[in-house]
Design a protein around this ligand. Sequence first.
Ligand code: AMP
Length: 287
Amino acid sequence: MELITDLAQLNRQRAQWQGSIGLVPTMGALHDGHANLVRRSVAENDHTVVSVFVNPTQFAPHEDFENYPRNLVQDEAMLQELGVDAVFAPRAADIYPSPDNQNYLSFHIQHLDQVLCARSRSGHMNGVLQIVSILFHLVQPYRAYFGLKDYQQLLLLRTLVRELHFPLQVIPCTLVREPDGLAMSSRNVNLSPENRVQAGILSQMLAQLKLRRAYWGTIDEALAFGRDMLSSQSPDARLDYLEILRGQDLQPPASLTSPEYPVAFVAAWFGDTRLIDNIPLWEYPGH
Ligand code: AMP
């Protein structure tokens, strides 16, 4: 496995490869959720590149860029074991050549970048769209793998690929959870032990919304149940949002019946750590 840190090295490596390249973009501090994406890419492509880059442009100034967990040595060991061909861990100055490592391109994707995380994290989705389109240009993958944990991000990236005709396939991958249901996330290591226990309630609450999907009188009733369950069983959580939107376009559904593909989305703070999760209330055939 090659560790690639600069663009010339990446181009040399790519020129030597024949066949399909799978790309798995990550911010490192890898866990089994990432491994799931990587395994799929290794199985489906001739070569797999995993990028490890904590992208500065997707963090607002007050967010956790500095505290974001980083562990390249451990990540490399895991990726070697999984059969990855190259880890691409570039320097910010190579990715963003302007003197302040910023990127002045703005992406706006109608509606999808106005709701959920985009509303709470100003500039975040723009930063994601910047880095992923740069990685697509540099790595030139045939397939790119993204997790359903970041559901809104996946919809935005699909739109990016479709609208700009990137010659690649976006492959959505299953959300991987801890035994108590907590969605795996690099940020989970920053939770205090008490918060770690309470964080499990997020997914248990979503599972309840799904279990009772046929019985809710209205969407508001379902959301009120979810908020009550969180405030009673996870009192340290500060809810950012709990919403039910259509899985295909993040518009409000008319009802909770299966043709609307309602998906429940939650984001909550535990101390300084913000966690997100989602659950399709009915299976969505689009993934
Ligand atoms: P990150 O390193 O958090 O930016 O995530 C990199 C990729 O891994 C994204 O496509 C995420 O959606 C995906 N990912 C992160 N956590 C999980 C998880 N628990 N299950 C599935 N995919 C995940």
